[in-house]
Ligand binder design. Structure first.
Ligand SMILES: C[S@@+](CC[C@H](N)C(=O)[O-])C[C@H]1O[C@@H](n2cnc3c(N)ncnc32)[C@H](O)[C@@H]1O
Length: 213
C-alpha cells in the first residue's frame, strides 16, 4: 500500500485538508466505533471545574471534545485548532451555543503560533499520530504554551498488534509504532500513563495525562 505520510509541514497540512474533505462528512457517524478513550480522558483531567481556565485542543476536528469540555467547565475559555476547514465547519455549527467561550483557529499547531495567553491544559485527541513527522516538535512546543503546572492530555493510537493494521492505518495517514508515549513520559511528569487494548486486541491505544515539569 502507498505510504501516505508526507515529510514537510506543508505536505502534512495538505494531506489532512484533502483527506478530511470527504471524511468530515462521515466523521461523527463512524469514529465513535474505534477512537476509544476520548470521553474517559476528559473526565480524568485534574482541572478545577468552576475556575475561568483556558483549554486548547490541537486537532479539534468536528468539535465533540470541545463541546463536552464547554459543558464540563462552565467558566472555561476554549480554543480549538485544526488544519481542515471541513472539520472546523462542523465544529462551528456544533459549538454555536458556546461561541462566546470558544475560539476556532484554522492553522497548524507549532512554534509559529503566537498566542496572547498560556493554557491550563492542552489536549491532543487522536491528532499526534496523524502529524508526521512533526509530532515530536509539537510535544516539545506544548510546555511553552502551558502555564506552570499546566496539563497535557493525550489519547491516541499506541501501536498495532498486526502488520496488516499498521499498513492500513498508514494508508489513512496514521503512524502506529508505539513511538509517542515514551517521549511524553520523558517530557512531562506523568499523572496517568496507560496502554489499553483496542477492538479485539488488533491495536492498543494510550491515555496519557502529564504535568509540565
Ligand atoms: C482523527 S481527527 C481527531 C479529531 C478530534 N480531536 C477527535 O478526537 O475526534 C485528527 C484531526 O487532527 C487535525 N490535524 C492534522 N494535522 C494537524 C496539524 N498539523 N495541526 C492541527 N490539526 C491537525 C485533522 O485535520 C483532524 O481534524
Amino acid at each position: 500500500m502507498k505510504d501516505k505520510i508526507s515529510t514537510s509541514q506543508e505536505g502534512q497540512v495538505n494531506d489532512m485538508k484533502s483527506y478530511y474533505a470527504f471524511q468530515a462528512k462521515i466523521y461523527d457517524a463512524t469514529r465513535w466505533s474505534f477512537l476509544f478513550g476520548r470521553n474517559a480522558i476528559l473526565k480524568k483531567l485534574p482541572l478545577d471545574r468552576f475556575k475561568p481556565i483556558e483549554i486548547l485542543e490541537v486537532g479539534c476536528g468536528t468539535g465533540s471534545n470541545l463541546k463536552a469540555l464547554a459543558k464540563m467547565y462552565p467558566n472555561a475559555k476554549l480554543t480549538g485548532m485544526d488544519v481542515s476547514g471541513d472539520m472546523l465547519g462542523i465544529a462551528k455549527t456544533k459549538l454555536e451555543k458556546f461561541e462566546n467561550r470558544v475560539t476556532l483557529l484554522e492553522e497548524p499547531y507549532g512554534a509559529e503560533n503566537k498566542f496572547d495567553k498560556k493554557f491550563d491544559a492542552i489536549l491532543f485527541s487522536y491528532a499526534l499520530t496523524m502529524i508526521n513527522p512533526q509530532w515530536e516538535e509539537l510535544v516539545h512546543q506544548t510546555p511553552k504554551d502551558l502555564k506552570d503546572n499546566g496539563i497535557v492530555a493525550v489519547v491516541d493510537f499506541h501501536d498495532a498488534n498486526f502488520e496488516f493494521y499498521r499498513k492500513f492505518m498508514r494508508g489513512n495517514h496514521v503512524k502506529l509504532d508505539g513511538h509517542i508515549l515514551p517521549i511524553l513520559e520523558q517530557n512531562f511528569t506523568p499523572l496517568i500513563s496507560q496502554v489499553r487494548k483496542g477492538l479485539l486486541g488488533v491495536w492498543d491505544y494510550m491515555v496519557f495525562i502529564g504535568m509540565k515539569k
